[in-house]
Design a protein around this ligand. Structure first.
Ligand code: GDP
Ligand code: MG
Length: 199
């Protein structure tokens, strides 16, 4: 077999609402059935400091997320809480820390060809109301920017998934020690990546 040129690893965290709604099995099944391989997992209650660090590993996340949130409002003809992305994101981050540290989460590393992009496709876009049917966020949750704002909390959307390969590499290092990520082969990888001629 040729070297696994397109293989990547990505971080997935089943958020507290995913655990509380007993969706762990369904969520994991989505990643298994597409052919990705779990190479690390653990359950933990994250501290507020851990969550803050996780979301600010990329210094650009604050600006990007603030801008995205403002666009989310204006696209729907709504008035954002502020026109300053840094002010909007400060509120998002505060609520996010509260949400993500409110109970057990399951952190996992998944591996496979195009893992980062494939996982984002399966997870769907940030707001469950507008994420596509067929995605995890689109199928299992109904939250919206409006509803979460009304309830003064982060959007409940069941899972975190790394947004880029760079983000994935940083996040995996932040959540797992090297020794907790396991290198092994799955029989199904021969079928997905290496089988020729039906043998
Ligand atoms: P993701 O990569 O799709 O998870 O989205 P981001 O990295 O932009 O944001 C991280 C998390 O913050 C999201 O999954 C939501 O839980 C929450 N969040 C992001 N933007 C907003 C927002 O505008 N309003 C609220 N209430 N929550 C948000
Ligand atoms: Mg993100």
């Amino acid at each position: 077999m040729k070297p696994r040129q397109y293989h990547e690893r990505t971080l997935i965290v089943i958020k507290p609402d995913g655990v509380q709604r007993s969706l762990v099995g369904d969520i994991i099944h989505r990643f298994e059935r597409i052919g990705l391989k779990m190479v690390a997992s653990k359950m933990l209650v994250a501290t507020p400091a851990h969550i803050e660090k996780h979301y600010t590993l990329d210094p650009e996340w604050l600006m990007k997320t603030g801008t995205k949130a403002i666009k989310g409002y204006t696209d729907k003809g709504l008035k954002p809480p502020s026109t300053d992305p840094m002010k909007v994101v400060a509120l998002v981050l505060k609520n996010l820390i509260k949400y993500m540290s409110s109970g057990p989460v399951i952190a996992m590393v998944w591996e496979g060809a195009h893992a980062v992009e494939i996982v984002r496709k399966l997870v769907g876009s940030t707001e469950p109301l507008t994420s596509d049917t067929g995605t995890i966020r689109g199928d299992y949750m109904l939250d919206s920017y409006r509803l979460s704002d009304h309830n003064e909390r982060a959007i409940y959307n069941l899972v975190h998934a790394s947004g880029s390969l760079k983000e994935a590499n940083e996040e995996i290092k932040f959540w797992f020690k090297d020794s907790e990520v396991i290198d092994y082969d799955l029989i199904l990888e021969k079928v997905i990546y290496g089988m020729t001629g039906g043998k």
